[in-house]
Design a protein around this ligand. Structure first.
Ligand code: SME
Length: 168
């Protein structure tokens, strides 16, 4: 049987899956310094490799607003003020937020009515907030502690590669 080595894994193997995706991401982003290109490929890898997502991508901080960056999924709201929505809350807290039921999160911004749960990880470069990684799922309670730790590790890989690149 053909085995690409990067096929989607059962969700039970989460830590192993995230290790694989982090390695794939690291390899894919290595040697490229263009921020938009690296964020675009990172969004594509996350969306393609992690199961049960309907949206994955980045919002980048411009002043006090998060502005839509490279993503995969349906068109999304473009500007999110700091402090608003799950993205804005994670940005202000500078900590990832796992939301099992987006309808129960005060101020949640519904870009795609299919989304039921969400995970947002802030991107901190040399202590500065530069944006967030946002994942949406059509399944309620899709994300758990393994996903939170795994996506924080993925964000760290992205940040490491952005560190060597001039700002987009
Ligand atoms: N739901 C997010 C907005 C971005 S979309 O999910 C792509 C929020 O509440 O911040």
């Amino acid at each position: 049987m053909h085995n690409t080595g990067v096929a989607k894994r059962p969700i039970a193997d989460k830590p192993e899956l995230y290790q694989e995706v982090a390695a794939e991401l690291d390899s894919l982003l290595s040697g490229e310094t263009d921020r938009v290109a690296n964020l675009a490929n990172a969004a594509a890898v996350v969306f393609d490799r992690l199961p049960e997502l309907n949206w994955a991508g980045f919002y980048l901080l411009q002043g006090s607003t998060l502005v839509l960056g490279p993503f995969q999924g349906k068109p999304a709201c473009v500007r999110i003020p700091l402090g608003q929505g799950v993205c804005g809350a994670a940005a202000v807290r500078r900590a990832s937020i796992c939301v099992p039921d987006v309808h129960a999160f005060p101020g949640h911004i519904a870009c795609d009515s299919v989304s039921q749960s969400e995970l947002v990880v802030p991107l901190l470069l040399d202590g500065q907030l530069i944006g967030v990684l946002d994942l949406d799922s059509p399944r309620r309670a899709r994300f758990d502690g393994d996903d939170q730790a795994g996506c924080e590790a993925l964000a760290a890989v992205v940040i490491r590669h952005l560190a060597s690149a001039p700002p987009a």
